[in-house]
Design a protein around this ligand. Structure first.
Ligand SMILES: Cc1cc2nc3c(=O)[nH]c(=O)nc-3n(C[C@H](O)[C@H](O)[C@H](O)COP(=O)(O)OP(=O)(O)OC[C@H]3O[C@@H](n4cnc5c(N)ncnc54)[C@H](O)[C@@H]3O)c2cc1C
Length: 434
């Protein structure tokens, strides 16, 4: 097997072999000496940087034409990091000191661009991975990608790092009468600003961080937003007792049991925001941190939306029964007119659509089956980064672990490669014996 790897490694650098593969098949074949990383978001970049620091080269494939496409192409203009910057740094390089506590979207993108430059990460853009399968006979992963021109490439690699993210595809709910509605229906991934909805009646479906913030943005642009709240939700102030709620929670969890911290958070929240159930936002039975731990459901950090709900500038509505030409009928029997509907219904992983592997990743939700902190490593050189439901903090932890693990194999195999090369050099050649 080492012998085969040796040959494959040499082929990866052999221009004649590469050229032959290019012309002889409709699929171009490239042998990657190090790991192949799928996705050039924060997780893919962090893993490539950690590997680079350990002297392991990697190849990064990205379906769009830029790094961090979620942040650059699919988020609204007013977006800032939801968590303070110290919890969102990638490994090995901090944020510039003059960045605010909650950097704006463009600052975060600038940071990621600088990060990619610092570690000389040059992803291969416009390459969508359509299939990845482990070839047990070869002992390698075969990863197929398709470019914008439809040209296919097959990468052969020893290690495959899945970094396609928890937010790879928009979740679009089925609603009765959807085809009938005459106004604009769009997912938050296509929402940029409330400017184009000025004066319009807009129904926002979903009350997570994005839905709440889009409502606020619509209010600030003099639109008339209503918010569909189908489920219970924990809304917490973004800051409490002079600290970020997230930072304070992390600190308290070091000393106190989770249920006690939850109770404390809810008491302070009640003092600051009042009883949210009175404005239509019922709280779940479990506390915010316990719920996050058990289900991954993130509490909403309020940045001003609640005040607008209290003042009546944002109306809270129940679940939708059906859509009509210019109106929405709710489950309580009421019907109201709307010009547009924004679906803040979240995202999902796309891993099951391309990874032909069912041990590590669940087919149901596209997440690693093993819960945090053990979901980062699978069998046969397969890894996952950024599927922890813990944001960029989880990404950093995964990236470091993956790089350490691959470095061990890389060094071990490098020793074999050296020994193999040495043995070849030491063999007496037929010329010298004659
Ligand atoms: C609105 C919003 C705000 C957020 N705010 C925060 C925050 O403040 N703090 C925090 O910690 N987290 C936040 N998050 C969570 C967010 O998911 C992470 O910050 C981060 O973007 C995750 O990085 P990632 O690289 O894992 O995934 P992504 O950023 O989604 O990157 C994955 C990349 O993989 C590419 N890709 C997908 N499929 C393929 C394929 N088949 N072939 C090739 N390429 C592919 C995508 O194009 C994408 O570029 C926020 C998320 C959203 C949606």
């Amino acid at each position: 097997m080492d012998c085969l790897r040796e040959i494959q490694g040499k082929q990866a650098h052999d221009p004649i072999f590469i050229e032959k593969m290019n012309t002889s098949a409709s699929w171009r074949c490239i042998c990657v000496p190090g790991p192949l990383i799928v996705g050039a978001g924060p997780s893919g970049l962090a893993t490539a940087a950690c590997l680079k620091e350990k002297g392991v080269p990697s190849v990064v494939l990205e379906r769009s034409n830029c790094i961090a496409s979620l942040w650059q192409l699919k988020t609204y203009d007013r977006l800032r990091l939801h968590l303070p910057k110290q919890f969102c740094e990638l490994p090995l390089m901090g944020f510039p000191t003059d960045f605010p506590t909650y950097p704006i979207k463009q600052q975060f993108v600038d940071y990621l661009e600088a990060y990619a430059r610092e570690f000389d990460i040059k992803p291969r853009f416009n390459e969508t991975v359509s299939q990845a399968e482990y070839d047990a006979t070869l002992g390698f992963w075969r990863v197929k990608s398709v470019g914008v021109n439809g040209k296919g490439t097959e990468y052969v690699c020893r290690w495959l790092v899945v970094a396609t993210g928890e937010n790879a595809e928009a979740v679009m709910p089925e609603m009765e009468g959807m085809g009938e509605f005459g106004g604009d229906i769009r997912h938050t991934s296509l929402y940029k600003s409330g400017e184009e909805f000025r004066g319009k009646r807009v129904l926002v479906v979903g009350c997570g961080n994005s839905g709440m913030e889009v409502c606020l943005d619509l209010c600030n642009h003099n639109a008339k937003p209503s918010l569909v709240v189908r489920d219970t939700v924990h809304v917490l102030p973004r800051e409490m007792l002079g600290r970020s709620t997230f930072g304070l929670s992390m600190w308290l969890l070091k000393w106190l049991p989770i249920r006690f911290v939850d109770r404390l958070l809810l008491i302070v929240t009640w003092l600051m925001l009042g009883d949210t159930a009175r404005i239509g936002l019922d709280r779940p039975r479990l506390g915010p941190l316990e719920l996050k731990n058990l289900s991954g459901k993130t509490p909403v950090l309020d940045v001003g939306t609640l005040a607008n709900i209290k003042s009546g500038d944002i109306k809270v509505c129940p679940s939708i029964k059906r859509l009509k030409r210019h109106a929405v009928e709710f489950v309580n029997g009421k019907t109201e007119n709307f010009d547009a509907i924004i679906l803040a219904t979240g995202y999902k992983s796309n891993v099951p659509s391309w990874l032909k592997e069912r041990e590590m990743f669940s087919e149901k939700d596209g997440y690693p089956r093993r819960p945090f902190p053990n979901g980062w490593k699978g069998e046969s050189g397969l890894y996952a980064v950024g599927f922890t439901k813990r944001g960029l903090l989880g990404t950093s932890m995964d990236a470091r672990r993956i790089a350490e693990d691959i470095e061990r194999c890389w060094k071990h195999e490098a020793k074999h490669r050296m020994a193999f090369t040495r043995s070849l050099l030491q063999q007496p050649s037929s010329d010298s014996s004659s």
